[in-house]
Design a protein around this ligand. Structure first.
Ligand SMILES: C[S@@+](CC[C@H](N)C(=O)[O-])C[C@H]1O[C@@H](n2cnc3c(N)ncnc32)[C@H](O)[C@@H]1O
Ligand code: SF4
Ligand code: SF4
Length: 348
């Protein structure tokens, strides 16, 4: 294990580990000045120092379907899914609609896109074309997470040529036993690991610099004993190893069996949150079905900024978007009922 790697700490935030001190520095070195400039602007937005006239990040839910049923994921609660996401949850966003979204982003020099939400993106047969189109239209940073179950050699080759910049494989386990528990309905872990290793081998043999690769673990009571083994196994194989903290998908359900021991907390007992400002309404829009929403929260359809037919620009500059930015700029998250539930159930 490398020495400069931070240990997993249960501070309740996403803990980011990497062989490189800063993965964005690595991407700047590969992609160049335009990437560096984009990240500088992103940092200002993220620090509430700049409000742009168009989101810097388009986060798209192409559909809400997965071949796994991880018990900690939104997708394993069908009632929640129907209620929270509205509309058809299985209908895939067609390519023409996707192109219109990307085209509008491109007109406004939007730099980053994640065409994956609560779903398994590689179940979309022509997913590579979605990435390629965004790349062709000038998006600088194109990123996805995947369970890697559909990452055949053929797909791997296509993805390497797709313009994808960040590719993170969610595994959540080191041992096959734990994998089966936390990734219900999955392929055997060794098969998935082999597919990822094949992807990495093809990347290396083909001298591809992109995408930067990562593996991730959502730290749960069920897998917390494997954090070190997971990190040690993957750290020299990929560019980043990330550990996410568990966010309860449904504020009304009891998830006490999922919280890792050190971070045990009772979602129903409201904690005093001193100060919090959410950067999402400054960074992004999340597009689900035909709705343009403010954030990736499950209930973000309650924060609908507009409809796709009226365009992203109008939604981003509409009343609710401005209101959300105002309240978060000023740390007044309690004023919005959806943010209030979100912050009280997920923030530490
Ligand atoms: C919703 S998945 C979608 C992409 C893909 N199916 C995958 O598993 O990577 C995106 C990421 O969210 C993580 N995730 C799922 N449920 C979570 C939860 N309740 N809290 C925190 N992260 C979660 C997954 O582990 C994965 O890394
Ligand atoms: S593979 Fe991803 S989308 Fe599917 S259930 Fe697991 S975390 Fe959710
Ligand atoms: S609900 Fe509010 S606080 Fe939560 S992620 Fe969305 S905008 Fe941020």
């Amino acid at each position: 294990m490398q020495e400069n790697i931070a240990k997993y700490t249960t501070d309740g935030n996403v803990v980011f580990l990497s062989k490189e001190k800063d993965i964005n520095k690595k991407l700047s070195d590969i992609i160049g000045e335009k990437f560096k400039k984009y990240r500088e602007k992103w940092d200002k937005v993220n620090n509430f120092e700049l409000v742009t006239d168009f989101p810097m990040f388009l986060h798209l839910d192409l559909f809400q379907v997965c071949n796994y049923q991880c018990p900690h994921c939104n997708i394993s609660d069908p009632d929640l899914l129907k209620k929270a996401y509205k509309g058809s949850i299985s209908e895939k966003m067609d390519f023409d609609k996707y192109k219109r979204i990307v085209d509008e982003g491109s007109e406004h020099n939007c730099p980053s896109i994640e065409p994956q939400g609560v779903n398994e993106p590689l179940l979309v047969k022509n997913f590579e074309e979605y990435c390629q189109y965004a790349h062709k239209k000038g998006f600088i940073d194109i990123m996805i997470n995947s369970n890697a179950s559909a990452l055949t050699e053929k797909r791997a080759k296509k993805l390497l040529d797709s313009g994808l910049t960040r590719f993170r494989f969610s595994l959540d386990a080191f041992s096959p036993e734990t994998y089966k528990k936390v990734r219900v309905g999955s392929l055997p872990l060794d098969k998935v690991v082999k597919q990822i290793e094949k992807f990495l081998e093809l990347k290396e043999k083909g001298n591809y610099k992109l995408p930067v690769t990562g593996v991730s673990m959502c730290v749960l009571k069920q897998n917390q004993h494997e954090v070190d083994d997971f990190q040690n196994f993957w750290i020299d194989k990929v560019d980043m190893v990330t550990f996410q903290s568990f966010q309860p998908p449904n504020a009304k359900k009891d998830y006490s069996n999922f919280y890792p021991d050190e971070t045990e907390k009772k979602p129903k007992q409201k904690k005093k949150i001193k100060s919090f400002r959410c950067p999402q309404p400054f960074q992004r829009v999340v597009i689900r079905n035909d709705l343009i929403t403010a954030c990736c929260n499950t209930f973000s359809t309650q924060l609908t900024l507009g409809n796709l037919k009226d365009g992203i620009y109008n939604a981003w500059n509409g009343k609710l978007a401005n209101e959300l930015r105002y309240i978060h700029q000023n740390g007044m998250w309690e004023l919005n009922p959806t943010c209030k539930i979100c912050v009280e159930t997920t923030a530490n």
